[in-house]
Design a binder for this molecule. Sequence first.
Ligand code: HXC
Length: 510
Amino acid sequence: MSANIAEMERRREAARMGGGQKRIDAQHAKGKLTARERLDVLLDEDSFEELDTYVEHDCVDFGMESQKIPGDGVVTGSGTINGRLVYVFSQDFTVFGGSLSKRHAEKICKVMDMAMRVGAPVIGLNDSGGARIQEGVASLGGYAEVFQANVLASGVVPQLSLIMGPCAGGAVYSPAMTDFIFMVKDSSYMFVTGPEVVKTVTNEEVTQEELGGAVVHTTKTSVADLALENDIEALLAARDLMGFLPASNQSELPELPTTDPWDRMEDSLDTIIPANANMPYDMHEVIAKVVDEGTFFEIQPEHGANIITGFGRIEGRPVGFVANQPMVLAGVLDINASRKAARFVRFCDAFSIPIVTLVDVPGFLPGTAQEHNGIIKHGAKLLFAYAEATVPKITVITRKAYGGAYDVMASKHLRGDLNYAWPTAEIAVMGAKGAVEIIFRKDRDDPEKIAEKTKEYEDRFANPFVAASRGYIDEVIYPHSTRKRIALGLRKLANKQLENPWKKHDNLPL
Ligand code: HXC
């Protein structure tokens, strides 16, 4: 018996050592943790239960039959984050560069299947040289099976990818199909073809970081949601995010006790809107004053910053916030903002997270750059996302709600449940100046008349009462009571019942 146990321990130790001390040291020298060290940070202490520790590849080409390392380059299993179950896989770069063999893929698919069966999130820690070159098509098949599992899990259990090393070629498509991607600055990159191929094909000289590093993907491309300084920060951010998400699309939202009074009044909100309608203010401040303890987890803060998306809590329960940001491009809706918010709204709806929308939007961004890049289709994504969402939707118009953007931003007409406006709201087809220039074009050389008509237009439309008189706004509220109104609304909407007509799936404008 003791010999058997000793054998098990010997094998476990071999698995723990992965590709050996030299490669572990090399990993550390790059500022990276090992696959197992990362799981120690991600999961609650002693909660990790490993599966498939002894799995090995079955490749016999290129001398691989004599190179077998238990676990085959990925550590898989389950554990808890703040006591809540999650399934995990963590690629081990010290074993064949974390490259994906058929067996490695099967291990990932196994934890994904388990997660789906029991209703728990999947967190993937990616650090891999891509397809196991020695295995050829068997590895490609393995990737495709992971992709298939990602797609079936989408909208069923939350999926989070942390990119903590190389992620290149077709391998990028697994994280790309998960709900959120966090990247580590300077040590991770994602691209379909690397700098060498780029140089050969297009003659461009570019570094890995410039082509697909964390900063590029969180500012330019929006492939990734957050860029973190190092492994530990990324893993701690993953723990934080998980605190806002349900275990599955069938699970209750996680609640946290809070001491923040649900009816807390915030008098400073009564004066946050500047007297001049063209002056900005920081919508982050409004969010911070509304959510429990001012805690907000922002998604994609560096991309499309003219719209803010992220999670907060009200009365301890998670809420998705979407808010125009007057500080950036006057809060206008453009392609980036529309795509970013559309994906966020769809995530919230898939996982029954109520959506609070704060509106201060002057319209869609004009220009050939926007039109020729398809603002029509991209703007439609956000419209589509709000219109199909059946979760509780509470909207507060703080200032501008102009034109099509008024409709798009969770208006009453898109089944907004509670649509509030502050007294400073201006709900109109467009701003007074633009409107008067069009309606009174013939008087454009008469500044007095133009000024008079602008004033008349402002008096008539630069307020929430025309919309409120039609019932498009349910109530004009004191800004200081916003948190209380939202909290009450969410309580009342907790048992909201609304279903869309049966369909195989919709045809989102892509
Ligand atoms: C097998 C691999 C490997 C791979 C790395 N290794 N990538 N083994 N298959 N894909 C091994 C190396 O042989 C080495 O083994 C160890 O991992 C570490 O690699 P190094 O090159 O020493 O590390 P580093 O200098 O940090 O460079 C990392 C790297 C580089 C940039 C990832 O290894 C690399 O370019 N690898 C190949 C990447 C690639 O072309 N992959 C296929 C892409 S196509 P030893 O024993 O020396 O430690 C693809 C298609 C997916 O992925 C399609 C899905 C649909």
